[in-house]
Write a new protein. Structure first.
Length: 191
């Protein structure tokens, strides 16, 4: 566990992605793709470098920190496909793999980019047995609603989760349940 404590003035203290700095086992049910400000990105990059050095010196797992680096690079608008592939090759267990898929899918979904639905579905399938019942059903509903978003090869500006869910709900309402969203695999569970 990280000995460094956050103060009220630290940028990003209330965003889930900052928790990747301090949690050995990050929550699979969190949304890690909230758009970050320039100040938050600068703070997180500096903090992740310090924490990486500390953990490497102590022989502690660094996978969440490498994932945080991927998130920061994504928000700086770098192509992170290679970063994703490298992290995928290095995963050591199912929860780690699930988190990688979920976060990468969330990042793509935040910009309505092609591939988001598949990564979210893969991440959910891997995470399912590690989720509480409440988190399981919350993610099922969230992912199925996000499945109504139209995705494109080119990224749009990143959006907050609530904005994405609102847009998806409007699309679903306009289509009147006549269309089926991508990966609607839980209709038998949710009705």
């Amino acid at each position: 566990m990280c000995q460094q404590k956050q103060t009220v003035t630290e940028p990003g203290q209330n965003c889930a992605v900052a928790a990747l700095l301090h949690q050995q086992c990050p929550q699979l049910s969190e949304w890690y793709a909230t758009p970050l400000t320039r100040g938050q990105l600068v703070y997180l990059q500096s903090a992740v470098q310090q924490e990486l050095q500390r953990r490497l010196c102590n022989g502690v797992c660094c996978s969440a920190l490498h994932l945080l680096q991927l998130v920061c690079r994504f928000h700086y608008r770098f192509d992170v496909e290679l970063d994703y592939q490298q992290l995928l090759a290095a995963v050591q267990n199912i929860p780690e793999h699930a988190l990688l898929e979920l976060v990468y899918g969330q990042l793509l979904a935040s910009c309505k980019q092609t591939g988001a639905h598949q990564h979210l579905a893969d991440g959910f399938a891997l995470a399912a047995e590690y989720l509480s019942s409440a988190d399981y059903f919350r993610l099922v509903r969230q992912h199925e609603l996000l499945g109504w978003l139209a995705l494109a090869d080119s990224a749009s500006a990143p959006q907050q989760l609530q904005s994405l869910l609102a847009e998806a709900a409007v699309i679903k309402q306009l289509r009147g349940d006549s269309g089926v969203p991508f990966g609607a695999t839980h209709l038998d569970t949710l009705g």
